[in-house]
Design a protein around this ligand. Structure first.
Ligand code: AMP
Length: 196
C-alpha cells in the first residue's frame, strides 16, 4: 500500500497536487477539510459545530477528525492506498493515524511537505476565495489566523515524521507539473526503500 501524507499550510497546493496524485497512483483521497465541508452542507450537528471553528480559522477538535478518518479507513478496506490531505494537523492526530493504520496492518509510506512562504499563501488564498466560494479564503485576517494556527499546531507534525525518517520537503512555488514530478520522485524513492 502507498499511504501518503501531503503536508503544508493552507494554500500550499495540496488539493491541486492531490488530484494529480490520485490519478497517478489510484489512491483514495481523504481530505478532512472536504469531509467537514460536506458535513456542513448536509447540516449535521457535527457540521454545525465544526463551522463555528472553521469560520474563525481555528482547528476542530482532534477526536472529530480522527473519528472521520477512522470511518473512511473502514469504508475503503480494499483501497490501493490513501492520500491524507489536511490531516494530520496536530501531533496527537499523527499518533492516532499511526495507530489506526497499524490496525489495518499498514503504515504511512512518506510525508511530503510543500514549502510556501506566508505572503505567497495569502495571495493565493485571496485569489482562490474569488472563485471557490469558501468564506475562509475571502478575509485576509482569517487567512493569517489559519496560517498562525498552522505554525503553532501543525508545523510540529513535520518533526513527528522526521523522527520516523519519513519527512520530505519540496519547494511548493513553481510550475504545477514540476512540483508534481518532485512529489512523485519522493514517493518512488520511499517505495523503493520499503521494497529493498
Ligand atoms: P482545509 O480545507 O484543509 O484548509 O480545512 C479548512 C478548515 O477545516 C480548517 O481551517 C480547520 O478549521 C478545519 N480542519 C480541516 N482539517 C482539520 C484537521 N485535520 N484538524 C483540525 N481541523 C481541521
Amino acid at each position: 500500500m502507498l499511504n501518503l501524507v501531503l503536508f503544508g499550510p493552507p494554500g500550499a497546493g495540496k488539493g491541486t497536487q492531490s488530484e494529480k496524485l490520485i490519478a497517478q497512483y489510484q489512491l483514495v483521497h481523504l481530505s478532512t477539510g472536504d469531509l467537514l465541508r460536506s458535513e456542513i452542507r448536509e447540516g449535521t450537528e457535527l457540521g454545525l459545530r465544526a463551522k463555528m471553528l472553521m469560520d474563525q480559522g481555528i482547528l476542530v477538535p482532534d477526536e472529530v477528525v480522527i473519528g472521520m478518518i477512522e470511518n473512511k479507513l473502514k469504508e475503503n478496506q480494499s483501497a490501493a492506498g490513501f492520500i491524507f490531505d489536511g490531516f494530520p494537523r496536530t501531533v496527537p492526530q499523527a499518533a492516532a493515524l499511526d495507530h489506526l493504520l497499524a490496525q489495518h496492518n499498514t503504515q504511512i509510506t512518506v510525508m511530503v511537505a510543500l514549502v510556501v512562504d506566508e505572503e505567497e499563501l495569502t495571495k493565493r488564498l485571496l485569489i482562490r476565495g474569488q472563485s471557490s466560494g469558501r468564506s475562509d479564503d475571502q478575509n485576509e485576517a482569517l487567512i493569517r489566523r489559519r496560517v498562525q494556527e498552522y505554525n503553532e499546531k501543525t508545523a510540529p507534525v513535520a518533526n513527528y515524521y522526521e523522527s520516523q525518517g519519513k519527512f520530505k520537503a519540496i519547494d511548493g512555488i513553481g510550475q504545477i507539473e514540476e512540483i508534481f514530478q518532485a512529489i512523485c520522485e519522493k514517493i518512488e524513492t520511499a517505495t523503493a526503500n520499503v521494497r529493498s
